[in-house]
Design a protein around this ligand. Structure first.
Ligand code: ADP
Length: 266
């Protein structure tokens, strides 16, 4: 009876182990594929503005005796180099996010301060186009996590809301404690009245480098990395990012993050 008993117990254990190893290998391979794709995408994305800057520099050299043309080409070089530096900065941000576990040394983060910082960061762009950024006031809510990451996530959402809105529209940033099944979380919503997102694209916009319409969005100077940063921050904090959108009418992005409880604060 003893050996049979042993056999019965060892068999499922062994198959579980084998399955775990197979799953581990599959995961490893998936991680490796993602990494390789990322490097390939990064190279491709960097080549575009670098190539454009080179062509524009050549055009400047050729048009040296035409000051109007030189100014036009130089202006475009400036736009492309701004985009290039944003791209490099976001690539660094994304790779740092992957190394950093925000819950290694979490701190209490003031949601009011994060929102104020994000609004400030987009103020110049918003003002230039008559866009008003309003908030639903301060609520003294705190979340638990990595301040830099939370700030980057909210700043990306506000910057997108401004970038994909028409002139003279309004962007609302509102915060509140979650209720119902999300009890214990804080909700940060960014609502715009902008171009919206086609429903078929909603689950793709969080992929790295994915842009709904790269040609149409070229003028926004976007990189396609902002929402993948937001998604990563939500995931590592045990939160969520949700989106509702009606094409032509606007979008609402809601980020939920774990609320810092009162015991932590006192
Ligand atoms: P990007 O740098 O291009 O803005 P993101 O990762 O932040 O990259 O966003 C991915 C794509 O999702 C954008 O290119 C745009 O097509 C779409 N998008 C993001 N936010 C909004 C928004 N508030 N309104 C409309 N479209 C948006």
């Amino acid at each position: 009876a003893v050996p049979r008993h042993v056999t019965v117990r060892v068999a499922p254990l062994t198959s579980t182990l084998v399955l775990a190893l197979v799953e581990d290998r599959t995961k490893e391979r998936r991680v490796e594929t993602v990494r390789r794709d990322f490097v390939a995408n990064v190279s491709h994305e960097l080549k575009t503005p670098v190539g454009a800057i080179k062509l524009l520099a050549e055009a400047v050299c050729d048009a040296a005796d035409d000051p109007v043309a030189v100014r036009r080409f130089a202006g475009r070089m400036l736009t492309e180099s701004d985009r290039l530096s944003r791209l490099v900065q976001q690539i660094i941000e994304l790779s740092r996010l992957q190394d950093d576990d925000p819950l290694d040394a979490p701190v209490v983060v003031s949601v009011d301060e994060v929102v104020a910082g994000a609004v400030d960061a987009s103020a110049i762009d918003a003002n230039a186009r008559g866009i008003k950024i309003v908030t639903n006031g301060t609520h003294d809510l705190k979340v638990f996590g990595n301040e830099e990451q939370v700030s980057a996530a909210v700043a990306n959402l506000v910057a997108n809301a401004v970038a994909y809105s028409g002139d003279d529209s309004t962007v609302l940033v509102s915060t509140k404690p979650s209720s119902g099944s999300d009890e214990g979380m804080v909700e940060i919503s960014v609502v715009d009245q902008g171009i919206g997102i086609p429903s078929g694209e909603l689950d793709r916009i969080f992929e790295r480098f994915y842009r709904v319409d790269p040609a149409r969005h070229r003028s926004t100077g976007g990189t396609g990395l902002g929402l993948s940063i937001v998604k990563h921050v939500a995931a590592t904090h045990g939160g969520e990012i949700r989106v509702w959108s009606v094409e032509g009418q606007g979008s609402t992005f809601t980020l939920t993050l774990p609320r810092a409880n009162q015991e932590v604060l006192t």
